[in-house]
Design a protein. Sequence first.
Length: 298
Amino acid sequence: MRFRLLLALLALAVIAAACHRKPAIPPDVVVRIGERMITLADLKRYLERNAGTELAQLTPEVASALLDQYVEEVVLSEYAATHGVEVPADKIATAVRTDAGATVVEKRDEMRRAKLVADVSADVQQPTDDDIRSYYEQHPDEFKSPEEVRVRQILVHDEELANDIEKKLKAGEAFETLSSEHSVAANAKKGGEIGYLSRGELPKMFEEEIFALKPGAISNVIRTDGGFHIFKVDERRAAGTIDLQTAEPVIRERLKEESVRRKMAQLVAKSRGDMQIAVLTKRLPFRYSGTLPKSDNE
């Protein structure tokens, strides 16, 4: 009798221990974020959708940095959910239908983060006039405008045709007409319009020719591997400095964006500290070198 009682008590102890044992983590999980699990397949989907690449094509350092970025996005989504930032299910469903390949979880997380950023942005204090003036005075190089030229181009693949077009242009025929008739460039029907360009935005052989031209002047034919090019300069803008009044809207928006970024970084740092996060390094197909807590015994 005593022996049977002992066996029963032993069985109860085993059952109790089993009930308190932590459930096994599925073998495809590579990161734990509180109760939420990220699988290797989740990571691969994230890389394909957000970086346009496959995990196998990345170095361990880049893969580690992108994993950290992914986890921080999930952390923000989880923070939003625990702080009353939610998105109606019908809006999530509509977003999934308009984004081929997206899952409900991906869209839910993305929309939570977007709403969180919008809420933070609404709460951020607007920069004062003194803030804007101070930024303008401390960053003078950002408000210097370089010399610019407004340029048109004709591109053809035949040298004889290019020379004939050059002669017609220098005889007074309209650049826009000859561009529309002969150019194979994408902007041909728009009169060859490229727009305003500054030094450093063009290949050197083009830059030297174009920036030597006066407004209304036509370049010589320039031969490249892509064909034969002729340029016209419509207008020149001298280098100068953008005044504070013109720069003010840009500075105001920049300072506000910086404030939002700082606030979001603080939220990420706090959430990383509050949540139990672990990268299961032995389950990753690359050597993890990121900044998140690691667990090498799972």
